[in-house]
Design a protein around this ligand. Structure first.
Ligand code: ADP
Length: 488
């Protein structure tokens, strides 16, 4: 099968969070299964060019409609982690992809242009994929453009799969964005099309993706239920229920070529289930690297975006709690919100001289690997979590996750004390209520087990490592979905 993904991230060249991992991981899995996969991305100025191999200009005469003008683009080709990627480079004073960041202001305009450019490129380059797979609101307009414009121009073949990675961001825009894309707002600004259900007069690009795609997935079964039936749908509940027959949850995998303690080049000592003791060398290496003292203490870590969704208030309170309860704490993260970053900077200054605490405010791919390998416990106290990759990585590295019972966390982490499963299938700690009492109840149990029952703790680590959260199962699910939409 020939599959084209249109996306705004692909790790490691373009990664802000899990979306980047998912696009490259799924692309690799599909290729392993014998499918031809290509990824179309913007050619951002902030790409990690050192992680793109063989980048060359492959198409230089692409003209993309923009209102009543045409914008000239070049297209580059290169390999990202083995995936065949095309990068759209636009030449206009708008500087769509040269903003020094992957996401910023006026993203609606930039990514509407990107969707149009991606389809125009496929048309002009004579690409006839059987499936186009789009991701999140930024590419929600691609299926709309396909069925409203490009089908009539000859692209009758492709079917579209659309994945919702996080419905907190739906791409609500003024209706002029449709005009920019060459679409007719008069026809599309209707409740069963792109008209937002909550904000009168707004076009909702994610809703457009849901309505026009042949199949819609989200990144875990529990999150799928939550966004259909609870406030977590953030206004999409109605349209997801209308289209429930073409909607399902497929849990994300992680790429075990990238996230695997047996072959990770970024960690101090490689280890596996059989050599779990070697994990300790990574704890020591992490302590040395971050100037933490040696000692008989569990190391608690958080790695992730410091977004409200991730439970920043709870993480904030967890730092002094862990230090007061005989733990070390390491945090790696940065926030899209300036004042959250500032608050964590203040916390960092407060504990600057503390021998058991290190807060690293920023983004650091390689350090993240060493933290996953060196830590004993991994905090993921999210208010909501569509899938969450951090806990899957933690499990693979024998780092016991402490998570809230929501979304993909609920589907992948099973409480050591309360899960309805035998002990050998339990792999972490889970709490229900999104407040400090909730998190404290789980953290206290986890720290207690580490100190008082080390054998049970080691068992829990091993249980987590035995789970297979690679793309193996989810890749098969996506192929089944692609085959289904091809046949209908
Ligand atoms: P989300 O997609 O909401 O950001 P996920 O848990 O699905 O959350 O994926 C997060 C991914 O991004 C993981 O691979 C995590 O290691 C990585 N990550 C997040 N923040 C950082 C950071 N500051 N430095 C390095 N890696 C990070």
């Amino acid at each position: 099968m020939f599959i084209v993904m249109i996306a705004t991230e692909c790790a490691p060249a373009a990664k802000v969070g899990g979306l980047g991992d998912v696009v490259s991981g799924l692309a690799r899995e599909l290729a392993i299964r014998g499918h031809a996969v290509e990824v179309i991305l913007p050619k951002y100025d902030c790409l990690r060019y050192d992680r793109i191999h063989g980048l060359t200009k492959c198409y230089s005469d692409l003209w993309v409609p923009y209102y009543d003008q045409w914008i000239h683009c070049d297209v580059y080709f290169g390999f990202v982690d083995g995936a065949r990627c095309f990068f759209i480079d636009s030449h206009s004073h708008h500087n769509f992809f040269n903003r020094g960041r992957f996401y910023c202001d006026h993203d609606g305009e930039r990514f509407t242009f990107f969707c149009r450019a991606a389809l125009e490129f496929m048309l002009k380059a004579n690409k006839h994929p059987e499936v186009i797979h789009c991701h999140d609101w930024q590419t929600g307009l691609a299926p709309v453009l396909l069925y409203e414009i490009y089908q009539r121009l000859g692209m009758t073949h492709p079917r579209v799969c659309y994945t919702l990675h996080n419905v907190a961001h739906q791409g609500r825009q003024g209706e002029q964005i449709l005009r920019q894309g060459g679409l007719n707002p008069g026809a599309l600004m209707k409740p069963d099309r792109l008209l937002d259900d909550r904000y009168p007069g707004c076009a909702n690009l994610m809703k457009g993706g849901v309505v026009y795609s042949n199949f819609v997935t989200t990144v875990s079964p529990t999150y799928g239920q939550e966004i259909r039936n609870t406030h977590l749908g953030m206004g999409l509940q109605r349209i997801l229920n209308v289209h429930h027959q073409k909607f399902g949850g497929v849990i994300n995998g992680i790429d075990y070529n990238v996230w695997n303690p047996e072959m990770d080049p970024h960690i101090a000592r490689r280890y596996s289930l059989g050599t779990l003791r070697d994990k300790y060398a990574n704890k020591q290496a992490l302590r040395e690297r971050l100037w933490l003292r040696d000692g008989f203490k569990p190391l608690v870590a958080f790695v992730g975006r410091l977004d409200y969704q991730k439970g920043v208030n709870l993480i904030f309170d967890a730092v002094p709690y862990c230090l007061d309860h005989g733990c070390q704490f390491v945090l790696l993260g940065s926030s899209p919100h300036g004042h959250v970053n500032e608050a964590f900077w203040r916390l960092k200054l407060r504990f600057n001289d503390h021998p058991d605490c290190h807060l690293e405010i920023g983004y650091h791919e390689e350090l993240a690997h060493l933290i996953y390998a060196g830590a004993d416990l991994l905090l993921v106290p999210s208010e909501y979590e569509p899938c969450g990759l951090a806990q899957l990585i933690g499990l693979k590295y024998g780092t016991v996750p402490v998570v809230r019972n929501t979304g993909g966390l609920a589907d992948t982490v099973f409480d050591a004390d309360y899960a309805h499963k035998p002990y050998h299938e339990r792999n972490g700690y889970v709490f229900n209520d999104y407040n400090w009492t909730g998190l404290e109840s789980a953290l206290r149990r986890a720290i207690g087990l580490w100190y008082c029952y080390p054998n049970y703790f080691s068992e829990l680590m091993a249980n987590g490592m035995r789970y297979d959260w690679s793309w193996n199962h989810s890749g098969r699910d996506y192929v089944n979905i692609y085959n289904y939409i091809k046949a209908h």
